[in-house]
Design a protein around this ligand. Structure first.
Ligand code: ADP
Length: 621
């Protein structure tokens, strides 16, 4: 008898009789499948729970049919004092068998004698069904899981033999279909891909580290897939390779990269500087102009903060501005002169604006710098033009005022003398006639001189004043000019002329312009001097410069007027009745400028004035 045999081999859980009933009841309560084990005489030897049977059967599989595992059995004769009849009539047990759907099957010997009973459990069958169903469910789940995983798994030997394949749902690589288990890698893949894969298999096995690589594979004629592979060690000289079709991802990445490149070239084509920093102040993007300003490449800027790109103080200013804009959630704008790497300086208008996502979450700050140098220059030019126009208007007004006075005075003199001559000519002595004629001539000269001054200044302002340098004997030229002046000069002021330099030395100058310069300065010195204080006219011929110094001890020039005396029509307030137009020094200045020289004026009010003119000795060289 099989079960007795089991008992003989291993007694299972043998309980002392005293506790047997309690144990059985307990097991009944727990609805545990139970095997009663009886001796040959029908006496109860003990019982085995189903799990105990299972353990026994597993320990001795050869002695049992696995079907027995699913049999809950009861061995008869039942434990004394029960007889078979009594067993049949035992309500409790009957009820228990009924509850557990354990039909009792009679067991008879060869002579038809009832020797016991065995129960085939529906319970076991139901459990089997349940187990089967659970297994099926689990298998279905596993399949679903595998289907859900888009990856293909291949187990390879070191030399590239396909040991096992587990095909994921979506992968359509060349080595997915058919099942290549048992095949060699060279039989499945094109040579280049096979050797590449072998290389990574070996690398994985040799390094012990997971490898990843990507490749393109032609899965059907003309149809290419982009795949990525991860390889890990799975056992001695074996690897597991996980292959994933990333064609879509690569396509998306490509599209993203193209979009990014398009965006980059768009912002690069904008002449304004554009930068983007995150909340920590790290540069995340910048355009061509910004790179030009910083004189750095994209790689040198992206990922850096201002503190890595600029001196500390400047970086702190930038950061403060950023935080000001970020914390206040406002745009801030300022103008700043920036020196570019090539040394050029440009005025930038910089606007910083916080950058938020579509949920309103603050992401960083966008800075746009616009070069407004030209705009600023245009504004300044416009202002200059306006100022010049105003100056011109003032000049016209000054001219009218001065001219009306300066022309009227000599013209009045001329007319008065002419009338006198006409009406009283016969009564005038020859000397009186000569005096009247002299007055007419002097007044005419004065008008002519005024017209000449206006003409020269006009030519100078229109850049039409000719500058024709030629060799001049400096000492001789100055000497003659001095004597002419002395001959025509009316008041008794004396001029002391000194020439310091090598005699008869020739210098290169425009003698006409030099005449304007010296005549005006000397005439002014005489005009604004008190008799009899002498005037000093010193000409010094240096190695590189010719210097003319004219010093008087006259009325002097008020300090606040010194800056204006070279402007046309300007006259200081202390000139009193001394006639003049305010044009002489303006002409001097322009004539000196044409020689690339300098003119300087020093004066003490009421004490005198010194004008110093320095002209380069070799003009035009
Ligand atoms: P003006 O015809 O009035 O002399 P200038 O252009 O020659 O015109 O001189 C401009 C002004 O400079 C004069 O009006 C005068 O106020 C001042 N000035 C020039 N030279 C002298 C000088 N030697 N002494 C005092 N003031 C002078």
């Amino acid at each position: 008898m099989v079960l007795v045999n089991l008992l003989n081999r291993s007694p299972g859980v043998i309980c002392p009789e005293a506790t047997l009933t309690a144990a059985i009841q307990e097991l009944h309560h727990q609805h545990l499948p139970l095997l009663w084990v009886c001796g040959a005489e029908g006496q109860l030897l003990g019982f085995l729970s189903q799990s105990a049977i299972l353990a026994q059967v597993l320990a001795h599989p050869s002695g049992f049919n696995t079907d027995d595992l699913r049999v809950g059995a009861i061995m008869f004769p039942p434990p004394a004092p029960l007889t078979l009849a009594e067993l049949r009539e035992d309500n409790d047990l009957q009820a228990w068998f009924t509850t557990h759907k354990l039909p009792l099957l009679p067991v008879v010997d060869g002579g038809g004698k009832l020797v016991g009973a065995i129960a085939q459990t529906d319970y076991a069958a139901a459990q089997l069904e349940a187990e089967k169903a659970a297994h099926q469910r689990s298998e279905a789940r596993r399949q679903a899981l595998l289907q859900a995983i888009p990856d293909l798994m291949i187990r390879y030997s070191r030399n590239g033999k396909y040991l096992e394949m587990l095909c994921g749902g979506n992968v359509q690589p060349l080595d997915n279909f058919p099942d290549n288990t048992g095949a060699e890698i060279w039989e499945v893949l094109p040579p280049n891909l096979a050797s590449q894969r072998l290389y990574y298999i070996h690398k994985t096995l040799d390094s012990g580290e997971m490898q990843r690589y990507e490749y393109e594979i032609e899965v059907s004629p003309g149809k290419w897939c982009h795949e990525e592979a991860y390889i890990t060690i799975s056992g001695t000289d074996e690897v597991i390779m996980l292959i994933r079709d990333i064609s879509e991802r690569v396509k998306v990445q490509l599209a993203l990269a193209q979009e990014k490149a398009l965006m980059q070239s768009l912002i690069d084509s904008i002449p304004d500087l554009i930068i983007y920093k995150d909340l920590e102040g790290i540069y995340r993007a910048c355009n061509q102009s910004a790179r030009g300003l910083l004189g750095k490449s994209q790689q040198e800027i992206i990922g850096k903060t201002d503190f890595e790109l600029f001196p500390e103080a400047l970086a702190q200013t930038h950061r403060d501005h950023d935080l000001h804009a970020l914390n206040g959630q406002i745009s801030i704008r300022r103008e700043k002169w920036i020196t570019f790497k090539d040394g050029t300086q440009r005025l930038l208008e910089i606007e910083k604006t916080p950058f938020v996502d579509d949920q309103g979450m603050m992401l960083g700050i966008i800075g746009v710098g616009r070069d407004i140098t030209d705009r600023q220059q245009a504004i300044e030019d416009l202002l200059n033009t306006l100022t010049k126009e105003k100056e011109l208007l003032d000049l016209k007004s000054d001219f009218i005022t001065i001219a009306s006075h300066e022309f009227r005075t000599p013209l009045t003199v001329i007319m008065a003398s002419a009338k006198l001559m006409r009406h009283c000519l016969d009564r005038f002595t020859p000397q009186q006639q000569a005096e009247q004629l002299d007055r007419i001539l002097r007044s005419s000269d004065r008008i002519l001189a005024l017209l000449e001054d206006i003409l020269v200044l006009n030519q100078a302002d229109a850049d039409q004043l000719n500058f024709i340098p030629a060799p001049v004997n400096l000492e001789q030229f100055c000497q003659e000019l001095y004597q002419e002046l002395m001959a025509t000069q009316l008041n008794s002021t004396t001029v002391q002329f000194h020439y310091i330099g090598p005699p008869d030395c020739s210098v290169t100058l425009d003698d006409k312009l030099l005449r304007y310069i010296l005549t005006n300065l000397l005439n002014n010195a005489i005009k604004y001097s008190f008799n009899p204080n002498p005037i000093e006219f010193i000409v010094t011929l240096g190695q590189h410069y010719i210097q003319f110094t004219i010093t008087d001890q006259g009325i002097g020039i008020p300090a606040d007027a010194l800056a204006y005396v070279f402007q046309p029509f300007y006259r200081a307030k202390n000139v009193g009745n001394v006639p003049g137009t305010g044009l002489g020094l303006a002409i001097v200045k322009r004539a000196v400028d044409l020689h690339s020289g300098t003119v300087d004026c020093r004066s003490q009010l009421g004490q005198g004035t010194t004008f110093t003119v320095r002209l380069p000795r070799f003009v035009g060289f």
